[in-house]
Ligand binder design. Structure first.
Ligand code: HEC
Length: 120
């Protein structure tokens, strides 16, 4: 009986990975999957791992940020200006507004994913 209940709870958690405020997976303390956050927020439309699209590739971004997760979090929070292609910063601006509606742990997971230091 307990086992059944646990597996039901697990399945519900797994099936609700979309970004919803009520989703217990998105609580401040929950571990968030950066690659999922990257995809569900439309980042892949302009960013690819190796290829330059509308935005710089993640490889290019890593050349500016290295593994400095805190610096990238500051950029996402609007505290520091663009480093990679400042001339194109206007295109990234609406994305930053969107990122700033996310929880802190989601923003950090995004930074870790972009910098290639998140391996969940
Ligand atoms: C409409 C296209 C577009 C989308 C969607 C987009 N970006 Fe960007 N992004 C850009 C462009 C253009 C730049 C280059 C300007 C710049 O360097 O900030 C950029 C730059 C960046 C940078 C480099 C920051 C720096 O210091 O220059 C990061 C990191 C980044 N994007 C992350 C994201 C994430 C995370 C998402 C999803 C929430 C996202 N982007 C969605 C176009 C986009």
């Amino acid at each position: 009986m307990n086992k059944l209940l646990l597996s039901t709870v697990f399945m519900v958690l797994v099936s609700t990975t979309s970004v919803n405020a009520w989703n217990p997976m998105n609580a401040e303390s929950a571990v968030v999957d950066g690659s999922t956050t990257f995809e569900t927020n439309g980042c892949t439309m302009c960013h690819d791992e190796n290829m330059e699209k509308m935005g710089p590739s993640l490889m290019t971004i890593r050349m500016s940020y290295g593994g400095d997760e805190n610096a990238l979090v500051s950029f996402f929070k609007g505290e520091t200006p663009a480093r990679v292609y400042p001339a194109k910063a206007a295109m990234m601006q609406p994305q930053l507004m969107k990122i700033q509606t996310l929880y802190d742990n989601e923003i950090r997971a995004l930074a870790r994913y972009v910098l290639g230091i998140e391996k969940f």
